[in-house]
Design a protein around this ligand. Structure first.
Ligand code: DEZ
Length: 303
């Protein structure tokens, strides 16, 4: 395998690289921004790509926001983007539940570990749910909770799915409730399983970490509907109908974004060094996941 091409400062190399693709799938956290801090020249770079006739799709594993929430964030960041260009893991999970899994009612309700983004996308797909941001779960577990969870009286008999996403309010009561549903045979899904969340130019526990206690307790992994899952790639392709050989995945995390593009047999992958992964990880001898090319920051594509 040829070593990844370092495109920063290589104007001719950038032009040649961009000419290979008609569609760019963009990761968000760690590539466009860190939290509310927009990286340099991101808006100008996206505008340059649009001016070259490239189609942009924003493929994010951050399930705390819905597509509509992301559109508001793009607007706040003065980044021209349409809500139709956003494809998040909360939307991916909701589409999977509603259109692929399609459990027969009424046992197709979802118990959510996650934030508003998941709830909004489940609502949009007409999927009923409990848990999530419901403040009734934001309390300590009490002795009677153990009794009522164990005998099932505190459980909703229509719950057939547990969906685990990045949850900023995870607690023992929510974990115990989700665990009891799983013990009773609920399907175990995750919006994504990222170990860390890039924020404020640092790292914090990600969706995979806030859901790790449940995985440990139940003794099995959830089916993830976020990157690098190819269920997500198939759903994205199904919506945007692109030619995979003329499509490039741009991301900051090797084991989600770049792996997503490679396993999806896209025409190329571009790593960006402003997020989670470091170049040493993919330049090392025998590195398992190697991008086609990389830049220090997305704005470097302006040449
Ligand atoms: O823990 C998470 O959910 C992820 O770190 C985070 O939200 C990833 O978002 P992305 O980089 O896919 O935009």
């Amino acid at each position: 395998m040829s070593p990844p091409k370092h495109l920063t400062g290589d104007k001719a190399g950038i032009e040649e690289f961009l000419s290979r693709f008609d569609v760019f799938l963009f990761d968000c956290d760690g590539v466009l921004w860190s939290g509310d801090h927009l990286f340099d020249n991101v808006a100008e770079t996206l505008e340059m790509l649009r001016s070259k006739g490239k189609q942009l799709v924003f493929v994010t594993n951050n399930s705390t926001k819905s597509r509509a929430d992301y559109k508001k964030k793009f607007d706040k960041m003065n980044i021209p983007a349409k809500v139709e260009e956003v494809f998040g893991s909360s939307y991916s999970a909701a589409v999977y539940i509603a259109r692929i899994l399609k459990l027969p009612g009424p046992k197709n309700k979802v118990f959510v570990l996650g934030e508003s983004g998941v709830e909004q996308e489940l609502d949009a797909e007409g999927v009923s749910y409990i848990g999530g941001t419901d403040s009734a779960f934001r309390r300590d577990i009490e002795p009677e909770d153990f009794t009522n969870l164990a005998n099932g009286s505190a459980l909703d008999p229509d719950v057939g799915i547990v969906l685990s996403g990045l949850d900023f309010h995870v607690n023992y009561l929510k974990l115990a409730t989700a665990f009891q549903y799983l013990q009773r045979g609920a399907v175990f899904l995750a919006t994504n399983t990222d170990s860390t969340l890039p924020m404020a130019h640092s790292l914090f526990p990600g969706a995979g970490s806030t859901g790790a206690g449940l995985v440990k307790a139940i003794g099995k992994e959830a089916l993830s509907l976020g990157k690098p899952s190819q269920a997500m790639m198939d759903a994205v392709e199904g919506k945007f109908h692109f030619d995979r050989s003329r499509t490039c995945m741009v991301g900051d995390r090797l084991n989600t974004d770049i792996q997503f593009g490679i396993e999806g047999k896209l025409g190329g992958t571009l790593a960006v060094l402003t997020g989670v992964s470091k170049k040493e990880e993919f330049l090392a001898e025998g590195a398992p996941t190697v991008p086609m090319a990389y830049v220090d920051a997305l704005g470097d594509l302006l040449g």
